[in-house]
Every structure is written in C-alpha cells, then in structure tokens.
Ligand binder design. Structure first.
Ligand code: ACO
Length: 328
C-alpha cells in the first residue's frame, strides 16, 4: 500500500464584482495602461466594495471548494486561512469564515505569511492530516488589499487586487497528492514590505492615520530581486524532494505578482512559458489568494486535469517563501 498522502479534493474561488482597469487608475495617479502592462502584466483587478471584508470574499470561495470536494462544511476538521488583510486583528478571519459556512466541528485559525499564506496553510493542513489529527482541512488564501493600499502611491496601487481561493485537502492512499512542500523565511528583511501601523508597535492614532502608516510600504526593486531568488530556490528544493524536475511539470502556478518575476522563476526552474499558468492580467496581485484562484480556474477550465504534475511557488512579505509539488 502507498504511504498515506494528502490530496487536493476540491477547489473554489471568488472575486468581488467591481473591476478597476489601468485606465481607471490613470485617472487617479500619474500612470498609464502601457506602463502597468509592460512593467507588471496587469490590466484589470477586482476591488472589494466598501462593506466587503476578507471573510466576505473567503466564505463563497470556501463553500465552492467544499461543494467541489463533495463534502459538507460540517465535515471539516480545520479551517486555515492565509491573509495579510484580516477582517480585524482578532478574532481570526478563519473563525468568521467558520461561522459563515457552518464548519461547526472545525478548529479555525489564520496564518500570517503574506503572499505565501496559502502554501504555508497547505503545509500545516498536510501535517494535521498525515499525523492523523484531521481528516478534512479547508485551506483558504483571501485578501482585500485594496483596503490597505495607498491610492495616491503609483508605485503600489497599480499592483494589487482582491479575491479569495480555497482548497479542501484530505487523506488519500492513491498514487497522487502533495508530494513535497518546501518553505522558509528571512525576517531580517521585513521592512522591505510591510504595513507599519495598526498593531502593538504602532497602535492607531490620528497621527498614524494622517501619515498613512496603515498603508502598504514597499521597496519594489528589492522585493523583485528577492522574489525571483527565493521562489526559484524553494521551487528547486521542492522538486528535488519530490523526485521530479521542472521540465516534468504539466503546470507551474507561480504567485501572480508580476509577469517578469514569474517568467524569471520559470526560466530558473526550466519550465517552458506555455506551462506557466498566468491570470495576473485579469486579477492583479491578490497576495495569498493568487495561487488558489489560479488553481481553481485551471481545474474548472479543464486545463489542470487528474494525474497532472503541478508546482506551486510563492513569495511575500516577511520575507516568506514556499513551494509545493503535487499530483492532482
Ligand atoms: N506608473 C508610471 N510610473 C511608475 C509607476 C506607475 N504605476 N510606478 C513607478 N513608476 C516609476 C517610478 O517612480 C520610477 O520613476 P523614476 O525613475 O523617475 O523614479 C520608474 O517608474 C521606475 O521605477 P522602478 O521601481 O525601477 O520600476 P520597476 O521596473 O522596478 O517596476 C515594480 C516597479 C513593478 C513595482 C517592480 O519593482 C515590482 O514588481 N516589484 C515587485 C513588487 C511586488 O510584486 N510586490 C508585491 C508584494 S510581494 C509579492 O507579491 C512578490
């Protein structure tokens, strides 16, 4: 009998209705569709409504994942949600989603690993399943980054979008499943990408709000360099641990941050461009949500089919990085 493995049993995604185009952004800040397309690969992004929080986008994605997996939310043993934009500092957004979807038996908690949050959550869920502590785990990546973007800063406001993706994972003994996960972090570099205020270091004050300390602060060029290095490194290590090579992958799902980052990572992993799943143009960088949204789209669109070998690679604030190899 094969070793007990953790499989992806079903996926789901949800994005808010409102769409913001590059031309819309050009009316707010000094930018152009041409600059944004050539430097990032992004054309439009979905933006949450004023009364729409991260749990509101996460819950429909979660329900769709449960439906695709053929289970009731009441069957879930854990809800793990990766986000950098929780509804509030506490309780966790996972607990709010748990209530929304009726996952009455589940333990629920958030993972703070920025854009790597979904794969970090998968690693934790896989651990719970393979040590017999859980049978069915819902892993969600969900963000409403529009709430913490400085809409006067052209360096950052053009990059991000809102949305959620989710996967139900569970034990399987077939010749498939998550073959390896490699993850890491370098906290020495936290200042290159962070939201300074709102926590215990700098609680909200009139001054902190006036100085926009509750917004995203990013040193783009450095993030770019580290993203390429660490996504490639994690990807290569995960491939090696799984006993595979980049050219063997049917699909690579890189974190959808910037087309130039994705292409550089694919090159280092020796994955041809046509096997790199890209939907960045339509969603922007949705941080922890980007990989599960792409995966769900590829599965529902019939592009990613049972038996295919896939790679997931992410990088985000912290810095954090993670990669997973799976046979779907
Ligand atoms: N429109 C027009 N001009 C702009 C814009 C804009 N939206 N944004 C920046 N510029 C200008 C800059 O002000 C600069 O002008 P200057 O030379 O007069 O100062 C010029 O463009 C070049 O700026 P650079 O920062 O060198 O541009 P670069 O090619 O590095 O692209 C970008 C910037 C897109 C932010 C890139 O560095 C990047 O993608 N970095 C990664 C950031 C990222 O993905 N962060 C997301 C979170 S982490 C993650 O998800 C991996």
């Amino acid at each position: 009998m094969n070793k007990r493995r953790t499989c992806i049993l079903g996926t789901g995604a949800y994005v808010p209705e409102k769409i913001l185009t590059n031309d819309d952004l050009a009316k707010i800040v000094d930018t152009t569709d041409e600059w944004i397309m050539t430097r990032t690969g992004i054309r439009v992004r979905h933006i949450a409504a004023e009364n729409e929080a991260t749990s509101d986008v996460a819950s429909p994605a979660a329900l769709r994942a449960c439906e695709a997996a053929g289970i009731s939310p009441a069957d879930l043993d854990a809800v793990i949600l990766g986000t950098a934009t929780p509804d509030m500092l506490f309780p966790s957004t996972a607990c709010i989603v748990q209530a929304n979807i009726g996952a009455v038996r589940a333990a629920a908690f958030d993972v703070s690993a920025a854009c790597s949050g979904f794969i970090y959550g998968m690693a934790l869920g896989k651990g719970l399943i393979e040590t017999g502590q859980a049978r069915r785990v819902l892993v969600i990546g969900a963000e409403t980054l529009s709430k913490i973007v400085d809409w006067e800063d052209r360096n950052t406001c053009v990059l991000f979008g809102d949305g959620a993706g989710a996967a139900v994972i569970g034990a399987c003994e077939e010749d498939r499943g998550i073959l390896s996960i490699n993850f890491g972090s370098d906290g020495r570099l936290w200042e290159l990408l962070h939201q300074p205020a709102g926590g215990s270091r700098m609680p909200a004050t009139v001054e902190s709000v006036e100085k926009k300390k509750h917004k995203i602060h990013m040193t783009g060029r450095d993030v770019f360099k580290h993203a390429v290095t660490h996504m490639s490194g994690a990807g290569l290590r995960a491939l090696e641990e799984a006993g595979h090579t980049g050219p063997e992958l049917d699909w690579l799902f890189p974190h959808q941050a910037n087309i130039r980052i994705m292409e550089a990572v694919a090159k280092r992993l020796e994955v041809p461009r046509e096997k790199v799943y890209v939907n960045l143009e339509r969603f922007g960088n949705t941080s922890a949500a980007s990989i599960p949204i792409a995966l769900d789209e590829a599965i529902r669109g019939g592009h990613c089919r049972p038996g295919m070998l896939i790679g997931l690679v992410a990088f985000g604030g912290g810095f954090t990085w993670a990669a997973a190899i799976a046979r779907v």
